[in-house]
Design a protein around this ligand. Sequence first.
Ligand code: SAH
Ligand code: F3S
Length: 440
Amino acid sequence: MKLYIENFGCQMNVLDSQLIAGRLGRDGYEVTARQDEADVILFNTCSVREHAEERALSHAGVLKHLKRRRPDVIVGIVGCMAQNKQEEIFERLPHVQLVVGPRKLGAIPRLLREIQASGGRRIAVEETDEEYIDGAEVPARRSNDFQAYVKAMEGCNMSCTFCIVPTTRGPETSRPPEAILEEVRRLVGQGCVEVTLLGQTIDSYGHGLKPAIDLGGLLRRVHEVPGLRRLRFITSHPSFVRESLIEAMRELPRVCKYVHMPSQSGSDAVLQAMRRGYTVARYLALVDRLRERVPGVEIASDWIVGFPGETAQDFDRSVALMERVRFQNSYVFKYSARPGTPAAAVREDVSEEEKRRRNQVLLDMQERISREKNQGRVGQRLEVLVEGPSKTNPMRQTGRTETNLIVNFDAGRDLRGRFVTVEITEATALALYGLIAPGT
Ligand code: SAH
Ligand code: F3S
């Protein structure tokens, strides 16, 4: 049996797809990159913006032709859009037979067997964790053996007024540290050197666990796994970056000094309307504290432009915040109303054209800041974990630094999975270029 799985959305979805492939691997499924030879085609979907849903719907829609030619093929929609749209998916896409939400992925093998035996449609969107795939029990099918995503917590207890994620992923649930450690030990035993702990608000990790533990405590325990060289964590909510996390980042050499901590806006009025739970002043104080306590730390942000009620002055404040913090990188999004969220009930008053303009202003500004920051790195020697040859030039190797900077350098051989030191000679907004230091 062959499985084709296509991924839309965040790192958590990437990991979920790897877990699904791992779990179905146990039932004898092999992964294929070709839809036309697959027995099962799954789309692991995202609901964060309308565009992401439309893309997945149109990719899955095209398959009606394949399904006509090969009626035995099972097409399934899983992940956040499955949870969000539920039965509506069957109405829009009659050839889809399987709809499974992000907290029920463990039901996929059983439901596929049922469909294979008796046909028809199956849906699993209940909010329980009974059919959860745990990475400690089911090894994910990863794209390489030296880097791994590991789930630390999932779901979200926040109520940002624009966001659909608490509805699709459900309430926050943290995995016990023992399960995480067991998974990390096994991964490192198999040659993994870099682990990224994942969670929607990773820094609120530990909620409900006994004995009590927080992200700082979890990092301390995972950090001690012998053989692990880099430990990352994403995404942080500014409200939960606590002293114990800052201490852990400061003290633990293998914890990467990189914090993805979305600010979303630089206007207090907009932050309040978004119900983000902090002010610009508090965000800035946190940035200053991080930089003072964790030398070399880099900070990344997400931004939403065109949130309902965002005036030109509000937007100017986002511009000012970006300039003041000088983020390493930024993900900028045009506001997209998500039906059912509180913000969607408010009339949109920023035109599409104006959203596009604001989006471009922030992107251009971040590009300039990234270029300036990167140019300041010329002459430095940076440690790089090599990810493999670049797609466009096989002689060129590409990798990342501790703070997630992309570094390209020429090497006559494939150094995938190795740590090398690169002396930086050139820089653009997106990447650094350099020469591999002799002896590495
Ligand atoms: N903390 C979560 C955030 C998920 S959504 C996580 O990392 O898993 C990722 C980003 O998408 C958010 O930070 C926000 O900037 C953006 N986003 C969320 N809802 C949006 C919406 N309705 N319109 C536009 N952008 C949105
Ligand atoms: Fe969404 Fe806010 Fe949670 S952006 S994932 S509701 S922290």
